[in-house]
Design a protein around this ligand. Structure first.
Ligand code: PEP
Length: 248
């Protein structure tokens, strides 16, 4: 049985004061939760959040990582740096990075490898746009995105990733995939993992992301292949994030 994971993606939000209040609220109420909980915070706040999460079961994550190990890459943040702040997770290939910063499938694969090499758990995001869904291309798009990563990974490393299915049309829009729509895609992704390694497919968590809220989280996370959520907007409100965690 895969343990579920609820990970907040704070995106480019927060301040020292707001982060402290948010984490204080989450920490106070999430002890004893039945799932793994993580917060993926903006890089400048890693040190603050690391110290606020000492002795807490809430894991720390980042939202991006460089494909390079170190060196003259102005503005980049390396996987080794993230590890120094006790990051456990890093999101790679979020659709906002793919669309606003031109990240290609190949770059996402390189970032995934770099994260794994430093002992981080990459949360590899895949998802189709509305136009692609309407053109019947959902399966082909998400498999192409996943395959780009899988073909670079040694088989033994496949079980070390987390996958997040995030339909682009559902992110930050209030439109959510129905549990059945999401399950259908999750099953396709799991099947692809199984073609490489049955054992890995049984282990890899596949999260759903896209306007997951307290009122739809339970039914989404009840689906067979949905192993938790990657939460954007609702991760910025203590009550909403905790309510989602409590639905597991
Ligand atoms: C996200 O950005 O990963 C996300 C799922 O956002 P939201 O929950 O706001 O749709």
């Amino acid at each position: 049985m895969r343990r579920k994971l609820v990970a907040g993606n704070w995106k480019m939000n927060g301040s020292l004061a707001a982060n402290a209040a948010l984490l204080a609220g989450i920490k106070a109420e999430s002890a004893g939760s039945r799932c793994d909980v993580a917060v993926c915070v903006p890089a400048p706040y890693l040190a603050q959040c690391q110290s606020l999460l000492v002795d807490s079961p809430i894991a720390l994550g980042a939202q991006d990582v460089s494909m390079h190990e170190s060196g003259a890459y102005t503005g980049e943040v390396s996987a080794a740096m993230l590890r120094e702040f006790d990051c456990r997770y890093v999101i790679v290939g979020h659709s906002e990075r793919r669309s606003y910063f031109g990240e290609s499938d190949a770059l996402v694969a390189s970032k995934t490898l770099r994260a794994l090499a430093s002992g981080l758990i990459p949360i590899v995001c895949v998802g189709e746009s509305l136009a692609q869904r309407e053109a019947g291309q959902t399966e082909a798009v998400v498999l192409m995105q996943l395959d780009a990563v899988l073909k670079q990974l040694p088989v033994d490393d496949v079980s070390r990733i987390v996958v997040a299915y995030e339909p682009v049309w559902a992110i930050g829009t209030g439109r959510t995939a129905t549990p059945e729509m999401a399950q259908e895609v999750h099953a396709v992704l799991r099947e692809r993992l199984a073609q490489i390694s049955e054992a890995a497919a049984a282990e890899v968590k596949i999260l759903y992301g896209g306007s997951m809220k307290p009122d739809n989280a339970a039914e989404l996370m009840a689906m067979q292949d949905i192993d938790g959520g990657l939460i954007g907007g609702a991760a910025l409100k203590v009550a909403d994030f905790l309510a989602i965690v409590s639905k597991v």
